[in-house]
Design a protein around this ligand. Structure first.
Ligand code: ATP
Length: 575
């Protein structure tokens, strides 16, 4: 596991190397201090008080040195642990943002949440709290064992022969619990996923009075986690018992041989006492290691889960020394493009160009693939066949930074971050001037709304923008996209949450932005797209049925005409 953490860390010397070095030094000094007990006891029993005093002073000095090294080791271990936690968090978050959307699912939310919170803390505990006792558990007994062999080779040899038995039972105890620990972590992730769903879908759950039903599901997954913990205890306990038995055998063997040698006159009583004291000190760190075994396995599991996330392939991110986009007025071009979710084809042989300075609208019946096309244009997914180019460059060849600076998106589900309205708008361009901000606010039609709020743009929007209406959230998102000032503007259902008055404002905004942007809109409202320069009409099969202006399609494309007729009838429905 340490090798894996070494590989995961970008500064392994600070996070693990130095803590390890000083932990080993501290354990070796502890071992040296412990072995001095033997000559001290021997001199004491021989009534050689002055030599005993000398050994006592030597022992005190070594323990003083040990205390100093241990303090320093503890300090740099904690610092190393915190650095490691920060590094892992940064690595995970910067990798997650490069993953294709297809990687995310409800189950994965639990995995990501668990890895980025508890997982990071579990791994941080390795250098911060576990490394030193675990290393002591090996280094201190090894130092004591070396001295025992030196002091009396027969007792030392017995201890050395018993060591593999201890090591074997330690490994066995670990292996037994590791599998159960894996199941427990999976169960904990499942609980996390359920809790995230429970907390984020309160509106729907209340609307359908399903809170009781869903909290039952949460409770069920919690019971599964409890069962996994019981399972872990069941499998962890026999290993620990076996290790304790192995320790008792070891202890018994050393005592037995010591007494045998004493009775035969081969060693003296002080020598036996010194050996027994050393044996006790030999076993102490081992007991501690078994206690910490569970924490080590938890950290091992967390490391392996983090690796699974970090090894998930990112959307390819090409790097170029120079920007590739040749034009500041790029057009979006979709050529022979098809897309499938896994094996399920959704879009077939799509061909169209969205020119600069024009508005291209994408319409079609539900399930035709409009949102999928939007995700492909905004490169949240990669096409399965064909290509999408921006300014003549394949999107897959553009770096994330270059692509992102060329495109701004407004999504159907607008999310605002906890903070002020101004902060949320400024996310589009943190360096925007006061004038740019005001222009975006006015273009998005939120100036009147801001005037009504007592704190204006400094009003807190709440997490997710809960303090605002759907339409207000959408207009803030539009202001955020305008302020970014990217040459391509992608809008998904922007007017869906707006009343007629605000729809008109947004349409005027689009008209005003049109000369300086390539605008692509996914629209469900007839009035939104009537003035579009080009309409792409997708059919139920996910192919382009026809394209042209509204009047051209109305004249030449019966499916388009029928589509709006049915939609118009639906809009005219009233109770
Ligand atoms: N993540 C996904 N995995 C698998 N299939 C999906 C996924 N998302 C959408 N689909 C399927 O792809 C097809 C197109 O969906 P899409 O959401 O793009 O249609 P749409 O035209 O935007 O529909 P609507 O107007 O109802 O929002 C649908 O049949 C849908 O079931």
């Amino acid at each position: 596991m340490l090798t894996t953490i070494f590989q995961l860390s970008q500064k392994p010397r600070q996070t693990l190397g130095r803590p390890m070095f000083f932990s080993i030094l501290s354990a070796a000094t502890q071992g040296a201090g412990l072995v001095l007990i033997a000559p001290f006891l021997t001199s004491l029993f021989a009534k050689d008080i002055s030599t005993a005093c000398l050994w006592l002073v030597a022992m005190s000095l070594v323990f003083l040195l040990y205390a100093g090294i241990q303090y320093y080791a503890q300090h740099i271990s904690c610092v190393g642990g915190m650095m490691l936690a920060q590094e892992l968090f940064d690595r995970l978050s910067s990798h997650i943002v490069t993953l294709p959307l297809s990687w995310f699912s409800s189950r994965r939310m639990g995995e990501v949440c668990q890895s980025m919170t508890k997982g990071v803390l579990d791994v941080m505990a390795v250098p911060a709290h576990l490394l030193r006792p675990i290393l002591s558990a090996f280094v201190t007994p090894a130092a004591v064992l070396a001295f025992m062999i030196f002091y009396d080779w027969r007792i030392g040899l017995t201890a050395a022969l018993a060591a593999p038995l201890l090591w074997g039972s330690y490994r066995f105890a670990g292996a037994l619990a590791a599998k159960a620990e894996h199941a427990r972590t999976a169960a904990a992730e499942s609980v996390n996923s359920r809790i995230i769903e429970f907390a984020t879908n309160q509106t729907m759950l209340r609307a359908y009075d399903h809170n009781h039903f869903f909290s039952g599901l949460v409770t069920k997954s919690m019971h599964q986690e409890h069962a996994a913990v019981h399972h872990l205890l069941k499998y962890g306990l026999p290993g620990m018992v076996l290790f304790s038995i192995a320790l008792q055998i070891f202890f018994g063997a050393v005592i037995g041989q010591g007494v045998y040698l004493l009775l035969g006159g081969a060693i003296t009583m002080p020598c036996l006492l010194a050996m027994l004291v050393l044996t006790v000190r030999f076993t102490e760190p081992l007991f501690q290691a078994v206690d910490l075994g569970c924490a080590i396995r938890v950290a091992e599991n967390s490391v392996s889960r983090m690796n699974t996330i970090l090894e998930a392939p990112s959307l390819p991110e090409p790097r170029h020394p120079k920007p590739l986009l040749p034009s500041a007025k790029p057009e979006l071009c979709v050529s022979n493009m098809s897309f499938a979710y896994d094996t399920r084809p959704v879009l077939h042989d799509i061909n169209f160009t969205a020119p600069f300075g024009q508005v291209t609208a994408i319409v079609g019946p539900s399930g035709a693939g409009k949102s999928t096309l939007f995700q492909l244009l905004s490169r949240f997914r990669d096409v399965s066949a064909g290509k999408i180019t921006l300014g003549g460059v394949d999107l897959r060849k553009l770096s994330y930074a270059e692509f992102s600076s060329a495109i701004s998106c407004v999504f159907q589900d607008t999310y605002l971050f906890a903070g002020t309205l101004a902060e949320n708008i400024r996310m589009g361009n943190e360096r925007c001037t006061y004038e740019e901000m005001n222009r975006a606010i006015s273009l998005a039609g939120i100036d009147e709304m801001l005037r009504r709020l007592p704190q204006g743009a400094e009003t807190q929007v709440g997490e997710g923008g809960t303090a605002l209406s759907g339409g207000e959230r959408q207009r803030i998102a539009i202001a955020r996209a305008i302020i970014k000032n990217a040459p391509v503007l992608l809008l998904d259902e922007v007017t869906s949450a707006l009343d007629y008055h605000n729809q008109l404002i947004i349409q005027n905004t689009i008209t005003e932005l049109r000369p300086t942007r390539t605008v692509v809109i996914i629209a469900h409202q007839l009035q939104t797209i009537q003035s579009a320069d080009q309409i792409i009409f997708l059919n139920k099969e996910g192919s382009i049925e026809c394209m042209g202006t509204h009047s051209e399609l109305n004249r030449d494309c019966p499916q388009y005409r029928d589509f709006w007729k049915v939609k118009g009838q639906a809009q005219d429905w009233h109770f």
